[in-house]
Every structure is written in C-alpha cells, then in structure tokens.
Design a protein around this ligand. Structure first.
Ligand code: FAD
Length: 333
C-alpha cells in the first residue's frame, strides 16, 4: 500500500478540480484495502477514475483507491464466458479486451471513462446497454469491518444509474471485483438512436465495428476528458407522471418523451436544459457543453463550487420553466 499526504486531486478527477486531499491510500490487494478501512480514522471516499465525482473543495480525510487488477475467466462454454474483473481495471480496456476476444455484452459501453469498481455503483449505461445486463455478482468489502461481501445482481438492486451502492450501502462497501457473463455467440444491439447507421458505415455489425461506431458517436458528441474537464452527464433524465407530461406537451409539443414500464414518462434532461437557454453558455470558468447540454465543463480553472453554482442555476431555471426538478448524476464530495 502507498500513502500520499497532502496530495492534489487534479490528476485524479476528470473535472480537473484542483482540490487537495489530506491523504490518499493506494491499495493493491484486498487485504490492504481491508487493513486500510480497519485502521482508518476520520472521513474517507473511494475514487476510481474520478470521472463521476465533483470535489467541492479540499478533502479533509483519506481518498481510497482500490487498485485491484486482473481479469480471470471462471467458466467458458460454447454460449457464454464468465469473467471476474478487478475493481481497478480501466473500464474501456476491459471492453476492448472483450471485443478482441469475441465476447459480447458490453461493446455498446465502449469509451466510458472510469474503472470497473464504479461500474456497478451507478450501473453505467449507454446506447441501449447497461452494466446490469451482464453483472452476475459484485464482490466487495465492508467499510465497517473489512469483511468480504458478495452480492448477486438481484441484491445489487440495479436501476437507471443506481444500485444498492448508491443507497443502502452508500459508503458502507468498497467494490473489489465484479463477475460478468458475456455471450460467445453474438447478438448485436443496434436499436438505440444513431447506432445502426453508424455501424453500417463500417459494414457488417461485428463487435469490432460496433465498438468503432460507438467511439465515433461519442467523440463527435462528448468532450474528451484530456481536452475539457467534465464528468459526463451532470444530471439524470427526470421521470415525471403521465399527467405532468400531458400538461407540458400542451405548451411544448416538441418535448421528447419516453414511456416507461412503471407508468412514468422519461424526459431528456439535455433537452430541458437547452430549452432553458443553457446550451453552450458560460458562467465564470464553468459552462454548459456546446454539443451536449447535459454536460457541464470546466473551461480552465473552475473550482468545485463554481461548477456547483452553475448546476444549481440550471436546476432553478429548469424548475421555473417546466416545474421539473433535476437530480444530479455526478457524486458531490
Ligand atoms: C466524458 C465522459 C463521458 C461519460 N459517459 C458516461 C456514459 O455514457 N454512461 C455512464 O453511465 N457514465 C458515463 N460517464 C460517467 C463515468 O464515466 C461513470 O460513472 C464511471 O463508471 C465512473 O467510474 P470512475 O471509476 O471514474 O468512478 P469515480 O468517479 O471515481 O467514482 C464514482 C462513484 O463511485 C464510487 N466508487 C468508485 N469506485 C468504487 C469502488 N471500487 N467501490 C465502491 N464505490 C466506488 C465513488 O466513491 C463515487 O461515489 C462519463 C464521464 C465522462 C467524463
């Protein structure tokens, strides 16, 4: 284990916020992680790739980084392959490896930043797929005792950008590895938005072509973390009642809506933010991305509180214009 004192978090969060942590513990094994939580005093936060976190200011406590690597095949048949993947593995490296091996299930999740340990936390999703489609078990340790925990997919209570790790187990479990079942026989998932057309440009819908197409779509729409700081979508797409959606559609007939199985109606937060006039706008060093209104960007030296002030301003405007409260997808620390 390596402990760093008074360390700048700027290289460890994709927003590029220059906050300082009292300490950072880099844990390379599960037992180092367990020892860390058993002996830790004061506050702590787990950080993977820092691509879904906003530090509001300096962190007076310990940042724990579970740098647990390794990808292990635990079962393989002519239909599926089961793998166990360490929490510290870079998510997109895992996707690339699965595509190269002909293992299907996460190719639509190509190019999402971050590490494997965070994937079940917010149930990462994109282009018609989500981590919950393939996760069978999540292994973790308890932050109270350091004891191992093993949760089945059902126990993880996955939903849209949520899981038990964001609710009942928030701050109580550190993911050490995930176990996934991928298909060795390939069924392309092309029905979401522009995916089919983008894949056709490359020819047959092979795993490699889907990955290339998804990366193209994402590069055209999203800021590159090395270019402009962000944490991807800042807000979740809100779910409203059918009655509220009907009322809004009378005054905004072009509002996109998606009916959900639970009777609620999902509205794209990006559309609401754009209609509230925020797309491409800037407030100090923080701003709204000019191609994707769901993304707040750091134009250079924004502080966490500047980013947060902009987010709150956007929320207030959307609430006033549409009567809809936006929830944040990004974890505020
Ligand atoms: C340009 C860009 C595009 C993005 N696109 C998408 C997208 O398409 N879909 C999507 O779902 N997300 C997207 N994101 C958000 C982000 O990449 C994902 O949420 C990712 O899974 C976060 O991984 P991370 O390792 O960076 O997590 P971090 O930001 O480090 O942490 C996120 C949360 O998970 C917790 N956490 C991290 N690791 C562990 C662990 N091992 N155990 C317990 N808790 C842990 C942290 O404490 C924190 O609460 C995007 C972000 C960016 C910057």
């Amino acid at each position: 284990m390596t402990i760093h004192r008074n360390i700048s978090l700027k290289p460890y969060n994709t927003f590029g916020i220059d906050a300082v942590a009292d300490a950072m513990a880099d844990c390379h094994t599960t037992s180092e992680l367990a020892n860390t939580v058993r002996t830790l005093q004061g506050r702590s936060v787990v950080v993977g790739g820092g691509s879904n976190i906003l530090f509001l200011g300096d962190f007076h406590g310990t940042v724990i980084r579970p740098l647990l690597y390794g990808i292990e095949v635990t079962d393989i048949t002519d239909r599926h392959v089961d793998i166990r993947v360490g929490a510290g593995v870079v998510w997109d490296g895992l996707v690339a490896m699965c595509v190269a091996n002909g293992w299907s299930g996460i190719e639509n999740l190509s190019y999402i930043p971050g590490r494997v340990g965070a994937a079940p936390v917010q149930n990462v999703g994109a282009y018609g797929a989500e981590a919950a489609d393939v996760i069978r078990f999540v292994n973790a340790i308890s932050t109270d005792t350091g004891a191992p925990l093993r949760l089945s997919a059902d126990e993880c209570m996955f939903g849209y950008r949520r899981s038990i790790f964001k609710h009942q187990l928030k701050g109580k479990a550190i993911v050490t590895s995930i176990e996934m079942r991928l298909a060795t026989s390939f069924a392309p998932n092309l029905d979401y938005g522009p995916v089919r057309a983008a894949v056709e440009q490359y020819g047959r819908p092979t795993l490699a072509n889907i990955r290339r197409a998804i990366i193209d779509i994402r590069r055209a729409k999203l800021p590159e973390p090395d270019d402009k700081g962000s944490a991807g979508s800042f807000f979740k797409n809100p779910e409203i009642s059918e009655a509220q959606a009907d009322a809004l559609l009378r005054s905004h007939p072009d509002m996109p809506t998606y009916k959900l199985a639970n009777g609620m109606v999902k509205v794209p937060a990006g559309w609401l933010i754009e209609q509230a006039g925020w797309k491409g706008r800037r407030q100090g060093n923080a701003g709204v991305h000019d191609r994707q209104a769901l993304i707040i960007v750091n134009h250079g030296s924004a502080t966490g509180t500047e980013i947060m002030a902009l987010a709150e301003h956007i929320c207030a405007d959307v609430r006033q214009k549409f009567g809809i409260s936006l929830d944040m997808e990004v974890v505020i620390v």
